[in-house]
Design a protein around this ligand. Sequence first.
Ligand SMILES: CC(C)(COP(=O)(O)OP(=O)(O)OC[C@H]1O[C@@H](n2cnc3c(N)ncnc32)[C@H](O)[C@@H]1OP(=O)(O)O)[C@@H](O)C(=O)NCCC(=O)NCCS
Length: 159
Amino acid sequence: MYPGIEFPPKRGEINIRLMNSVDLDAVTAIERDSSPSPWNRSLFAGCLSASYFCLVAIADNKVIAFGISSLVIDEGTIVNIGVEVAYQGYGCGNKVLRRLLENLANENASKVYLEVRVSNQTAIRLYRRVGFTQTGVRKDYYSLGHTREDAVLMEKKFL
Ligand SMILES: CC(C)(COP(=O)(O)OP(=O)(O)OC[C@H]1O[C@@H](n2cnc3c(N)ncnc32)[C@H](O)[C@@H]1OP(=O)(O)O)[C@@H](O)C(=O)NCCC(=O)NCCS
């Protein structure tokens, strides 16, 4: 234990709201620090201008997580989700994901797809927990610097 540092640290209440352009720097920083192949700012800006459903989670007066989904006809996709490293493991990813799914259900999606790195067991566990099942593997889907990694394809049916 270090003086003045609580372990586990206390975390404030989490509130979720729609993302807007003032959040882009914070969201890009979360992505940069938490993903091995991070999206850049313009990809997030593109999601906002394409009217994807984009959320941020706020705690301790700052953006600590984001989630993005899209919907084409009745097929939803979890496009990206990320939680600031210091706030991971406290249920925030679960909360953001459930809000994305709630919105897709309200928009009459019949199923939702996503892809996730095969080694990302935390995310895979989270997705299973909310009802996603694995439907396939896409070989060498992700480029990680000099290496590549397979994607696990997952699906959740609403109907
Ligand atoms: C994946 C991610 C979004 C999950 O969000 P989170 O807030 O950390 O996760 P939660 O606290 O909601 O926990 C979700 C599940 O993962 C488990 N989990 C969380 N952190 C974990 C860890 N470090 N090791 C193992 N399991 C962990 C939790 O126990 C929980 O499972 P349970 O409900 O069976 O107990 C987050 O860790 C993250 O941003 N990771 C980096 C970016 C990323 O991988 N995004 C997904 C791209 S597809």
